[in-house]
Write a protein that binds this ligand. Structure first.
Ligand SMILES: [Zn+2]
Ligand SMILES: [Zn+2]
Length: 288
């Protein structure tokens, strides 16, 4: 596909272990994702029924390719008597977001049922049983956050690993703790960001599923990423060692100048050791 033939981004469905991810993402057009479990939404794109199904909406920043759908989602959820929506965003934009949404509600003559929760990097919210979101800083031209989905899991205490089932049952019968709790970074969603995110959010390296933008590729586009606060594929290639631990890496937010097949070809050429674990949003849909 050539640069003068941009296409509407495909709606993608990914199954990554126990996680299912639906979404649509193109730089400057729209970006939204719905993630199960726990059923939350990351960004709102221009409004999508999938996003309107989520009680918790985590907005990364105020650019309208990510935020335009927020009032539509609140309107839909209010119309259909859904639970009040929790709109989570960088604390620096809560006032502007609030006045925009109240303006939309006045325009419609409807009282949307929602609350805005502003977060700073490092702050957390519970989003389900044993699941929390932790905000982290990203590097963009407007105030922005990324979000880690953290999962608490219980497992056998490491020091009991050599014991038989009968011995462990014996300890349990005596009231001794045989399990310990461990927190894992299940998924990290970066939103729009430059390469500075790797230093701003060191726990990214722990994430089993890394959802990270890749807006540009090719020599002609090198340098654009720093101007606009985005990532170029070359930034990821330079940091390939930091990407080695993820089970899956989902690349999204591709510029309209490129198509997923071009990004796939470049990934196969420049990151062959990671290519089988890299999913490119929309590539399956592009082929069909
Ligand atoms: Zn964007
Ligand atoms: Zn942006």
């Amino acid at each position: 596909m050539s640069a003068d033939a941009p296409r509407t981004p495909a709606r993608a469905r990914l199954r990554l272990g126990e996680l299912s991810i639906e979404g649509r993402s193109r730089a400057g057009e729209e970006t939204w994702f719905r993630v199960h479990p726990p059923g939350l939404a990351f960004d709102a794109g221009r409004g999508a029924h999938e996003v309107a199904g989520a009680r918790d909406l985590f907005l990364t920043h105020g650019h309208l390719d990510h935020a335009l759908g927020v009032p539509w989602v609140l309107s839909q959820r209010t119309l259909h008597h859904r639970d009040a929506t929790r709109v989570v965003c960088p604390r620096a934009i809560t006032a502007e977001l609030g006045s925009w949404l109240e303006g939309a509600a006045r325009l419609e003559g409807v009282a949307y049922r929602f609350e805005i929760v502003g977060l700073e990097p490092g702050e957390r919210l519970a989003v389900g049983r044993d699941l929390e979101i932790e905000a982290f800083a990203t590097e963009h031209v407007r105030p922005s956050l990324g979000y880690h989905l953290l999962r608490r899991r219980r497992r056998l205490r490491a020091d009991l690993a050599g014991l038989s089932g009968r011995e462990i049952a014996g300890l349990r019968a005596r009231g001794l703790p045989v399990e310990e709790e461990r927190e894992e970074v299940w998924l990290s969603y970066c939103g729009d960001t430059g390469a500075g995110v790797f230093d701003l959010a060191p726990r990214l390296a722990e994430s089993r599923v890394l959802m990270i933008e890749c807006t540009f590729l090719g020599n002609a586009m090198r340098g654009r990423e720093t101007l606009y606060g985005h990532l170029h594929l070359a930034d990821l290639v330079e940091r390939r060692d930091r990407l080695a631990g993820h089970e899956w890496i989902v690349l999204h937010h591709l510029s309209r100048r490129h198509c997923a097949a071009q990004l796939r070809a470049e990934v196969e050429r420049s990151l062959p050791e990671l290519a089988s674990r890299i999913r490119i949003l929309g590539e399956e849909e592009e082929r069909t």
